[in-house]
Design a protein around this ligand. Structure first.
Ligand code: HH2
Length: 257
């Protein structure tokens, strides 16, 4: 899954793809580099980010979604807002990627009325304040339990389990020790029986481990995502698609021996 942020303030690539034309060109480059899914987002959820009004978010993502769907590409839309979800679904998005796991009022109903896939992510708190002293008694139990609850709620609302993907939400209300635990024991989340998506690309956990600045975390990202694939992750959400593709080519070749 390649990342297309149509935002002025995303933590690593804010402002690069704010114009629809630039976002579309970037998305096409990611496809050339080997992305199977394009994740288009119009609101940054980095720590400290401010919410974006609905109309502005729709105005940012919709022209990009429409252009990519027209080209026959598989598009995911990264949003927490039911109105944006609806607009994206009407434009042909194949997946809604929600960092708040459909917790907004009417989000469950909006998805139940569609056939799209849904990514349910764990986030402790809200982006504005989530990195202020995040604490858990048992991060594995709490994240796995939350995802299990959200899966059950989706199924009860009429969203078939076969449409669901789950994500532990690296960096969303978590300290380094929490992120490392979630990665080391990812197989526990894989055990929920729903495909697992992970996104660690350029995140501060990689900066803490390597001392590298945001744009110099590519190798660390490849290692982290490959470690997740080894533990059963099925989708990796990354900025640096060609590096990840090369790593997966090697890994997949070994799997086939
Ligand atoms: N991370 C970000 C955004 N959306 N969605 C899922 N499912 N999992 C993630 O880990 C995830 C996500 C944050 O990364 P990015 O889009 O690069 O930054 P920003 O939120 O600043 O736009």
């Amino acid at each position: 899954m390649g990342i297309v942020n149509t935002t002025p303030d995303s933590f690593s690539d804010g402002g690069r793809c704010l114009a629809a034309g630039a976002a579309i060109d970037h998305a096409l480059k990611l496809v050339e580099a080997g992305a199977d899914i394009l994740d288009v987002g119009g609101e940054s959820t980095r720590p400290g980010a401010q919410p974006v009004p609905v109309d502005e978010e729709i105005g940012r993502v919709l022209p990009v979604v429409e252009a990519l769907v027209r080209r026959g590409l598989v598009v995911s839309v990264d949003t927490r807002k039911p109105e944006v979800m609806q607009a994206a679904l009407s434009a042909g998005a194949a997946m809604i990627n929600d960092v708040s796991a459909l917790r907004a009022p009417t989000a469950l109903e909006t998805l139940a009325a569609s056939q799209a896939a849904v990514c349910l992510m764990h986030m402790r708190g809200e982006p504005g304040s989530m990195q202020v002293a995040p604490a858990y008694d048992n991060v594995m139990e709490e994240v796995t339990g939350f995802l299990q609850e959200r899966i059950a709620l989706c199924e009860a609302a009429g969203i078939d389990r076969a449409r669901l993907v789950v994500d532990p939400g690296f960096g969303f209300g978590k300290r380094l020790e929490h992120n490392l635990m979630l990665l080391a024991r990812l197989s526990q989340i894989v055990g929920l029986g729903v495909p697992v998506l992970v996104g660690m690309s350029r995140k501060s956990m990689l900066g803490s481990l390597t001392g590298r600045t945001v744009l110099a975390r590519e190798f660390a990202g490849v290692a982290a995502h490959l470690a997740a694939v080894l533990r059963g992750a099925r989708i990796v959400r990354v900025h640096d698609v060609s590096a990840m593709r090369d790593a997966l080519a090697v890994w997949n070749a070994l799997e086939e021996v």
